[in-house]
Write a protein that binds this ligand. Structure first.
Ligand code: GLN
Length: 534
């Protein structure tokens, strides 16, 4: 079996450095050289996964094909390397401890005393090696969440230190990312925080091979040399990652500094030159985009952009595909009333309602959906967005005012959205096949009658009400093999589509998801979708 190579990405100085983006960009570059890349994220928190964390604290929960609930960085990974990841890509302290404790409870350690070293660190190393074996990757990139110096990340750092001990220098690379702040009063960029952070890392036995400097100003050669000297890395291994408006340009920035060459030489990997033709074509499209469409994103968690990160990205991808800039304004559904909806949403060319959980701030969303329906504004509803679209139509068009969802009102008289009784897992999660009705708008958009999309929901359309819509403009156009309604669309509307799944997770910058691409296209062209050639 071939020996996989391992790249470990750590961060220092401050959090939110863009470690995940840097790691993803390295992944893209290596993939563009023909290498098979797998990526994984280690999160130092104790939650087993982020599924029970508030999106307002933690940001979106990303879902993999095989139904793992993960940190949003996995979304960056998938968008950059364009590979579907799996459950081995997301590891937390909680998950590691759970594994070790379960094994201990079942007597799997034969009487040993269980300790952080070696048992926890061994479980972490297994997770790293599983990433390689489950994917067959040439290179596994592991991002260690948190900041060097945090108590929580110590076992992860110790484990990655041991990996070099086991596999040797030629099979491992440590990339450390730091911040180089600019002090306006002194008109100077400061390298000291980087030096301290590397010192901290070295005290844990990890000597970085590559240092990536995040900065909003260009870092001069002298400063880089200084960092190389103090941190004991080669001059060419100090990489500058200056802030970019378009994050998708960063692989190119890294390539200019030969990051891929440094890595491949270090690993002694036989591979071709990197080919970013496709990627550069996409960047070119971004740079030549003309005009702008504005879209209102009406949701519950709008105070944190990260809560809907993949939706924002997918909308941008739709813009890239259509050569137009997309401006997305988050609108807090709690602020929307019947009295002000026109004022708030009137100026937008399109409305999107993403997913959400719980009964708070729902009525405002329903009012926004009604507005999109009546004003014939292009509308895309995702997950909760589909459930509320059905409720809105049932209440306001069919006249059943009591229609609701069991999630919003447990005792409701007409639960058109109800809990799935056959669910063993609390959520229906991961990829499922969906069958689209021949001739429906959505099947034309996908250019296919059979698709697969990722899910994360507990409630669903109740089939007891299926006949209610027979003669109406609301068409139930897609279902799963278990007869779960997956997609709806409205007749007599330019573009009103809502789906039970999360198309945003499968959109890529250079291959926009068809629903987002078409949503933006309709808004851009402002024409009747039924007459537009799809
Ligand atoms: N809260 C709804 C459900 O559980 C919708 C979930 C979502 O939007 N992801 O079914």
């Amino acid at each position: 079996m071939k020996q996989a190579k391992f790249i470990f990405v750590t961060g220092g100085v401050v959090s939110s450095l863009g470690k995940g983006i840097n790691a993803s960009c390295i992944g893209r570059l290596l993939k563009s050289r023909g290498l098979k890349v797998f990526m994984q994220k280690f999160d130092p928190y104790i939650n087993v996964d982020p599924s029970n964390m508030s999106p307002l604290q933690h940001g979106e929960v990303f879902v993999t094909e095989d139904g793992a609930e993960a940190d949003l960085d996995l979304g960056h990974y998938e968008r950059f390397i364009d590979e579907n990841l799996n459950k081995h890509a997301t590891i937390t302290t909680g998950k590691i401890y759970l594994r070790v404790i379960e094994k201990e409870r079942s007597g799997g350690y034969g009487g040993q005393t269980i300790q952080v070293i070696p048992h926890i660190t061994n479980a972490i190393k297994n997770a790293i090696y599983n990433g390689a074996s489950s994917s067959g990757a040439d290179v596994v990139i592991t991002e260690v969440g948190g900041t060097v110096g945090d108590i929580e990340s110590l076992p992860f750092l110790e484990a990655i230190r041991q990996v070099r001990r086991e596999l040797g220098q030629k099979n491992t690379i440590y990339v450390h990312t730091t911040l180089v702040p600019y002090i306006a009063a002194a008109k100077e960029l400061k390298t000291k925080p980087t030096q301290h952070s590397v010192k901290e890392l070295r005290s844990l036995g990890i000597n970085p091979d590559i240092i990536m400097l995040r900065s909003d100003k260009s870092i001069g050669v002298e400063q880089k040399k200084k960092i190389a000297l103090f941190c004991d890395v080669e001059d060419n291994c100090v990489i500058e990652v200056k802030d970019r408006k378009n994050i998708y340009e960063i692989p190119v920035v890294l390539k200019e500094q030969k990051v891929d060459e440094i890595i491949c030489n270090h690993f002694d990997l036989p591979c071709g030159e990197s080919d970013l033709t496709d990627w550069n074509f996409m960047i070119d499209k971004v740079n030549h985009a003309k005009g702008e469409v504005n879209i209102a994103l009406v949701g519950k968690y709008v105070s944190l952009k990260d809560a809907y990160l993949s939706v924002y990205e997918a909308l941008k991808h739709g813009g890239i595909e259509n050569g137009i800039n997309v401006k997305i304004d988050p609108i807090d559904s709690e602020t929307i009333t019947r009295g002000n909806v026109k004022n708030i949403l009137g100026k937008y060319k399109g409305i999107i309602v993403p997913g959400g959980f719980g009964e708070r701030a729902i009525e405002g969303i329903i009012i926004a959906i009604e507005y999109a329906r009546c004003e014939k504004k292009p509308f895309l509803g995702i997950c909760l967005g589909m459930q509320l679209s059905i409720i809105e139509f049932t209440r306001n068009v069919l006249g059943y005012k009591e229609a609701s969802s069991r999630e919003l009102d447990n005792d409701c008289l007409m639960p058109v959205i109800d809990i799935n009784q056959n669910q063993n897992h609390p959520l229906r999660i991961g990829a499922h096949a969906i069958y689209l009705e021949e001739g429906s708008l959505i099947s034309k958009i996908y250019n296919n009658n059979e698709i697969s999309e990722r899910h994360r929901h507990r409630y669903e359309f109740s089939n007891s009400y299926i006949n209610l819509y027979d003669k109406s403009d609301l068409k139930l156009t897609g279902k799963s093999d278990k007869n779960i309604i997956e997609t709806i669309e409205l007749n007599n509307h330019p573009f009103f589509i809502a789906v039970q799944f999360h198309p945003e997770f499968k959109s890529r910058p250079n291959r926009a998801h068809p629903l987002f691409a078409q949503f933006i296209k309709i808004i851009k062209n402002g024409s009747e979708v039924h007459n537009v050639k799809i």
